[in-house]
Design a protein around this ligand. Structure first.
Ligand code: SF4
Length: 260
């Protein structure tokens, strides 16, 4: 079974296709995965691997490790574009997420004032006020919406809560408006004998309605780039991605950042 990618709290800098030179912060355990989704394409593997034994790193430890790394990068003169919260699961599940964001902003201002702070989140915790307040403070609040059709989200992203609905998520996402970037992964394949495909015209039409309601700053459209736990998933063809991007820009009036 494919397992966690990140064995530390601070990792990189790595080159990100979408974000540039990115220093990663993993708020989830270094030896297991914790997420409120269980996406078929998750680079950290399936949730079935378990949460491990290390636990989530405490707030003070995250700040200490981050400052150590930023000081080291500064001393070496290494370039940095962005500090990115991602890793072995959903960062907003950390109980001190808001405080950690405040610490990160303060450290960024001290060491690399021009560097952006990005959070990659699946948007399942935005019913919590503290999570929303934290997300409103970062430069790039990047929230996942892979499909606007519940049955597709259940197949592809597999929310762990039976209460998850697209309608609730879209209603909550509207709060961020122009402060949100929506990330949508387009792929197709099969899982346990069922077809999974969020690239169809019907899927894109439903997404366009959701983007129109949310009015985000931008949509990031991308596809599979690395091995996925569900091995049948395919890299979506560039012409399909370009067609979807053109429709979204024309019909929802939202700029699309396309990663082929
Ligand atoms: S939301 Fe992100 S971390 Fe969670 S399962 Fe999906 S891809 Fe993995």
């Amino acid at each position: 079974m494919q397992r966690v990618l990140f064995h530390s709290t601070i990792f990189g800098p790595i080159h990100s296709r979408r974000l540039g030179s990115s220093l990663g912060i993993n708020l989830m355990p270094s030896d297991g995965k914790v997420c409120s989704f269980d996406c078929l394409y998750c680079e950290a593997g399936f949730n079935a691997q378990g949460p491990g034994k290390a636990g989530m790193p405490p707030r003070a430890e995250v700040a200490r490790l981050l400052e150590e790394k930023l000081a080291d990068l500064k001393a070496k003169g290494e370039p940095l574009d962005v500090i990115t919260f991602s890793g072995n699961g959903e960062p907003t599940l950390h109980p001190d997420f808001e405080g950690i964001i405040d610490d990160t902003i303060a450290l960024r201002d001290r060491w690399f004032p021009d560097v952006k702070i990005s959070v990659l989140s699946n948007a399942t915790m935005i019913h919590k006020e503290s999570v929303c307040l934290a997300l409103e403070r970062v430069d790039n609040n990047i929230l996942k919406l892979d499909s606007a059709i519940d049955s597709t989200v259940r197949l592809l992203d597999r929310p762990t809560s039976p209460a998850y609905t697209v309608a609730d998520t879209v209603t909550r996402l509207k709060r961020f408006g122009g402060n949100a970037i929506i990330q949508t992964m387009l792929t197709s394949g099969t899982h346990l004998g069922k077809t999974v495909d969020n690239t169809t015209d019907a899927e894109i039409t439903a997404l366009i309605d959701a983007y129109k309601a949310i009015k985000p700053r931008e949509v990031m459209l991308y596809t599979i780039d690395r091995p996925t736990p569900e091995t049948t998933l395919r890299h979506t063809a560039p012409e399909v991605l370009r067609h979807a991007a053109a429709r979204i820009e024309a019909e929802a009036g939202v700029p699309v950042q396309l990663t082929l």
